[in-house]
Write a protein that binds this ligand. Structure first.
Ligand SMILES: *Cc1c(COP(=O)(O)O)cnc(C)c1O
Length: 387
């Protein structure tokens, strides 16, 4: 097989089938017409490929789905309108009243809220688990899904996915992983025992902060339940968005390398600052699960968090309001740098956060790293002046 960089240029396109044009075109469709009754009936017999109605997607959707499945090493992929939709549809695909769900405590906050509201209302019980713990003792006879996210949202604890997935499989549960952090490029979920890998393609795959999109990639055995759930929920990704995701994929490898380089440089600089109590980054030896990250991941991205001493809000505002390159916003994966404050104490229930509660999540974009450092340095000066 070719290297991943090469694959990023090959997957999800077929110029020979498209007048020699390099990229697949954007097909818009709701209605699809059939010339004969036989053709209409044949379209009903293909749950995997093709379509008989626009809700299932168009050739643009299928191109993206094929590309993501190939990159993640799954059997098939399904595009949905957001990363959160990918998560919620995957949970609904495998869980019903009376079932039990094991959910990692460092999970993306809206995933937690979905479990605590919609899933609880449907009679599905959720137990949150420590990302560092062996889940085996927590599995119950009715545990149907073990949900993992690694590295964890905001705090980047790295889970032992092979151990987690093996325990789940032995108990007859499906492992669903939020694989957004790796962009599907730096972690191969299906080589590590995962059954369903979701991504917020909104982040690095699209890469330009202008599309909401999710993908659900599965093994062959897990595909039909997920396909049924996304179809019946009416989840349908727009073809323009799928096109932009395909375009983003072409540069994913080079972008991620640059994001990673910059986040490592900033992590090193930040670790030396007296304002910073701790830098959270899976490439640092003191990150929980760092050895597992080195074992299982082939690279990083532009994310890191810093823990600050508790500071007055006006000082934090002085620092953040004046930043020129780090914009404040709740996302990441685009070409631009972002910062957002968070308090880990509010986002977990199975584990305790013992450090100070003033934390910043930084996304290092594609700007020059020294310019980013200068922006933060000026921010720390404002912080000190207003403290
Ligand atoms: C952003 C994000 C999501 C949700 O994706 P949307 O496309 O914004 O709905 C899910 N998981 C992780 C880890 C994310 O960062």
């Amino acid at each position: 097989m070719t290297a991943k960089d090469t694959r990023l240029t090959e997957v999800g396109r077929d110029p020979a089938a498209n007048h020699g044009i390099v990229n697949p075109p954007v097909y818009h469709a709701s209605t699809i017409v059939f010339p004969t009754l036989a053709a209409l009936e044949a379209a009903d017999l293909t749950p995997y490929d093709g379509t008989r109605y626009g809700r299932r997607g168009t050739p643009t959707t299928f191109a993206l789905e094929g590309a993501v499945a190939a990159l993640e090493g799954g059997w098939r992929s399904i595009a949905v309108p957001s990363g959160l939709a990918a998560i919620t549809a995957s949970l609904l695909a495998f869980l019903k009243a009376g079932d039990h769900l094991l959910m990692v405590d460092s999970v993306y906050a809206p995933t937690r809220r979905f479990c605590d509201t919609v899933m609880a209302g449907l009679g599905v019980e959720t137990t949150y688990y420590d990302p560092m713990a062996d889940i085996a003792p927590l599995l119950r006879p009715n545990t149907r899904v073990v949900f993992a996210e690694s590295p964890g949202s905001l705090t980047f604890e790295v889970q032992d996915i092979p151990r987690t997935a093996a325990a789940a499989r032995a108990a007859g549960a499906v492992t669903v992983m939020d694989n957004t952090w790796s962009a599907g490029l730096h972690f191969a979920p299906f080589d590590h025992g995962v059954d369903v890998s979701i991504q917020a393609a909104t982040k690095y795959i699209v890469g330009h902060s202008d599309v909401m999109l999710g993908t659900i990639t599965t093994t062959e055995a897990a595909f039909l339940p997920v396909r049924r759930a996304t179809s019946l929920l009416g989840l349908c990704a727009g073809p323009d968005d799928c096109y932009l995701a395909l375009r983003g994929l072409r540069t994913l490898g080079v972008r991620l390398r640059r994001h990673e380089e910059t986040s490592l440089k900033l992590a090193g600089w930040l670790a030396e600052r007296r304002e910073v109590v701790r830098v959270l980054h899976p490439a640092l030896p003191d990150c929980p699960g760092h050895a597992v990250w080195k074992r299982d991941f082939t690279g990083g991205n532009g994310l890191l968090s810093i823990v600050l001493d508790d500071v007055p809000k006006r000082a934090l505002a002085a620092m953040l309001d004046g930043l020129k390159l780090f914009a404040m916003g709740y996302s990441w994966g685009g070409y631009e740098s972002l910062v957002v404050p968070f308090d880990p104490r509010k986002a977990r229930t199975a584990t305790a956060w013992t450090g100070p509660g003033t934390c910043l999540r930084l996304h290092c974009g594609l700007e020059n790293a020294d310019d980013l450092i200068a922006d933060l340095e000026a921010g720390f000066s404002r912080l000190a002046a207003a403290s």
